[in-house]
Ligand binder design. Structure first.
Ligand SMILES: [Zn+2]
Length: 273
């Protein structure tokens, strides 16, 4: 499932191609939304943004296209002349200035009044979006310390979209490893310094991932590992997908555990209870 940073990057890519541009074609072949094709074809895209893992395309006629990609949905941006060779189902297509923006396979797609976005069942449950400018490290720290969240395990909080929206499985391992927090620890077990580190890294690691196309370590560290022949899936992270490899902090071997069936990679020396 794409994480918040990945969804935000997709929104940026779409925005570059369709925002404030005259659409030469708009198609909505997916039956649940196809009735809106006529009215949206005449409208102009005012913004493309993300909330958690949902993407929102807002039009100037007060309608928004909402899409949660789940595991299989995919947005593509291609030149119109590019031939597409796959068997996915087309859900939406926007053509503007020689480029085609297309949504494939997703089933959680709706057209809703822009004013009702916040009451959409998925969006209404979201906590502050980790990439939003108004979501500060201090705000994340006070949520960690609040009675609502401070008795929950770190592993469960990091995937709870009502705690902070936009984190996913990769970022969970990354943030907890870099903050030195054991996945079973609860915020109320930690001192202020550790909470501070956890809150700041929740923000900074997510921003880093958003700005660097999925890297959560420094360019320098990633580059050194790449030169040693490591593959992108491991060199770009500090713990996630590095099980069996060394921890760059202490040299111990990163271990993989599963919590509720989902992978979590951690350092047994840096992350102790
Ligand atoms: Zn370590």
């Amino acid at each position: 499932m794409p994480e918040g940073p990945e969804t935000r990057r997709a929104a940026d890519r779409l925005s570059n191609r369709i925002r404030d541009k005259e659409l030469s074609r708009l198609r909505l072949p997916y039956p649940p939304i196809s009735e809106f094709e006529g009215v949206l074809e005449l409208a102009c895209v005012k913004s493309v943004t993300s909330r958690g893992k949902a993407l929102l395309i807002r039009f100037d006629n007060d309608l928004s296209l909402y899409c949660h990609s789940q595991l299989y949905g995919k947005w593509t941006v291609n030149k119109v002349s590019t031939e597409i060779r796959w068997n996915r189902s087309l859900r939406a297509e926007f053509i503007a200035e020689g480029y085609a923006v297309r949504l494939w396979s997703a089933t959680d797609v709706e057209v809703i009044p822009t004013k009702d976005e916040e009451s959409h069942p998925y969006i209404a449950k979201l906590g502050p979006d980790v990439l939003d400018e108004t979501t500060s490290p201090d705000m994340i720290m006070s949520r960690l310390e609040s009675p609502r969240f401070n008795g929950r395990s770190a592993a469960s909080l990091m995937l709870d979209q009502s705690f902070v929206a936009g984190l996913g499985n990769d970022l969970r391992s990354e943030i907890l490893h870099q903050a030195g927090v054991h996945p079973k620890t609860r915020p109320k077990d930690l001192d202020a310094e550790r909470i501070h580190k956890w809150g700041s890294l929740t923000k900074s690691v997510s921003i880093r991932s958003y700005q660097s196309n999925g890297l959560t370590v420094s360019d320098e560290l990633a580059g050194r590992r790449k030169d040693k022949g490591e593959r992108r899936r491991s060199y770009r992270h500090s713990a996630f997908c590095r099980n069996g490899l060394d921890c760059h902090e202490c040299g111990s071997t990163i271990e993989r555990i599963r919590i509720s069936g989902r992978r979590l990679d951690m350092c047994p020396s840096c992350q102790v209870m």
